[in-house]
Design a binder for this molecule. Structure first.
Ligand code: AOF
Ligand code: ZN
Length: 352
């Protein structure tokens, strides 16, 4: 299973809406016959890749009497590809060991199919590691909507800009580079029309490999034709306008677009709407050692008037982001206090 997990975690894949999955086929003596991993939506599943590799290496009957070790319960559905449970059974596999039960209701049920076919099935081996490998995907599939990470960059007093609207130099270059890493990890970046009108962001990933996230804008106002989001983006960059103010509706539409992980980067109003709806799964907060005393707050009205009603979170990680050479070499950096140590906090809602 360790080997199957390593295969599943192969770096540099563009999985789209699909999970990471690895598979190892063992012969009756326990020796490895073949391996496979899933490369992403539209490509063969890990089990099918391993079965194909086994046939190429050892002939058509290679998997007869074999054991399949898979990080996810083999699927029972015909989605973009056929059911893996059938493929394993038809190939003559007699034993299947899997880690995580498939949380996707459309695909689950493979274990039952295999048991029904007389295959010896063992589930749950290394399930925690397998789930962690697909943590966001698993959560999204269980919730039936994309996972939402709210990114916010503030001063010590929770301001996101100065009164005159300047916000460019609140956090350090190191913190802003970290945001690009974060964008590269999600499949969607979401802002409100207000942010487009105020800040005209590009919302592209720079200095990171991999696919560009979808740039989603939420709200009923039209985007100015001159905005950077309205203009055709660089290669591979897509934009979509969700004409709603309802976070539930926006996420439902993004789910239909096969989105699994949304980075919420909008302003205080949008953040408040998602928080009030209970639709923030994670917060990544960049905090700069500065005070403004006035200026827009990180989040709008949450309807909280008494301390017992405060939105509470648990700290998952706190990382000190030291200033980098970028911070020090920016012409106005040191003078503006930019070359400061920032802190990145990762938080999750407290479960009552
Ligand atoms: C497996 N092995 O390698 C993967 C599985 O649209 P499809 O046909 O690619 O199906 C995607 C679903 O199938 C996915 O959401 C998950 O439930 C399962 N993925 N299953 O047995 C694999 N990638
Ligand atoms: Zn499958």
């Amino acid at each position: 299973m360790q080997r199957a997990l390593t295969l599943a975690a192969t770096p540099g894949l563009d999985l789209g809406p699909n999970p990471r999955v690895g598979c190892v086929l063992l012969d009756a003596g326990g020796a490895t016959l073949a391996e496979g991993f899933h490369r992403g939506a539209g490509t063969p599943h890990a089990e099918v890749v391993a079965l194909t590799n086994a046939r190429h290496a050892h002939g058509d009957d290679a998997a007869r009497g074999a054991t399949a070790v898979v990080t996810l319960e083999p699927c029972a559905h015909t989605g973009r590809t056929g059911p893996c449970a059938d493929a394993l059974r038809d190939a003559g596999v007699t034993r299947v060991v899997y880690a995580q039960p498939d949380p996707n209701p459309a695909a689950a049920g493979g274990a039952g199919v295999l048991i029904g076919a007389g295959v010896d099935v063992v589930g749950g081996v290394g399930a925690e590691d397998a789930r962690e490998l697909n943590r966001v995907w698993s959560t999204a599939v269980e919730l039936g909507r994309p996972v939402v990470t709210w990114k916010v960059a503030t001063t010590l007093d929770g301001r996101t800009a100065a009164v005159d609207g300047t916000s460019r130099w609140i956090t350090s270059a190191a913190a802003r580079r970290d945001v690009h890493r974060l964008r590269a990890e999600v499949d969607t970046v979401l802002v409100g029309t207000g942010t487009v009108l105020d800040d005209d962001p590009a919302l592209t990933v720079r200095d990171a490999d991999g696919p560009q996230p979808l740039r989603a804008v939420m709200g009923r106002r039209d985007l100015p034709a001159t905005s950077r989001l309205a203009a055709p983006g660089p290669d591979g960059v897509e934009t979509c306008h969700l004409r709603t103010h309802d976070p539930h509706e926006a996420l439902a539409e993004l789910w239909r677009l096969d989105r699994r992980h949304v980075l919420l980067e909008g302003g205080a109003t949008l953040a408040a709407a998602f928080l009030r709806a209970g639709l923030v799964d994670e917060i990544v907060a960049y905090v700069a050692p500065a005070l403004l005393g006035a200026g827009p707050p990180a989040v709008g009205d949450l309807g909280v008037t008494t301390i017992a009603d405060a939105a509470r979170f648990d700290l998952v990680d706190a990382t000190v982001l030291e200033p980098t050479t970028d911070d020090l070499s920016t012409p106005d950096g040191p003078a503006s206090g930019l070359a400061a140590t920032n802190v990145r906090l990762t938080l999750r809602p407290r479960k009552e």
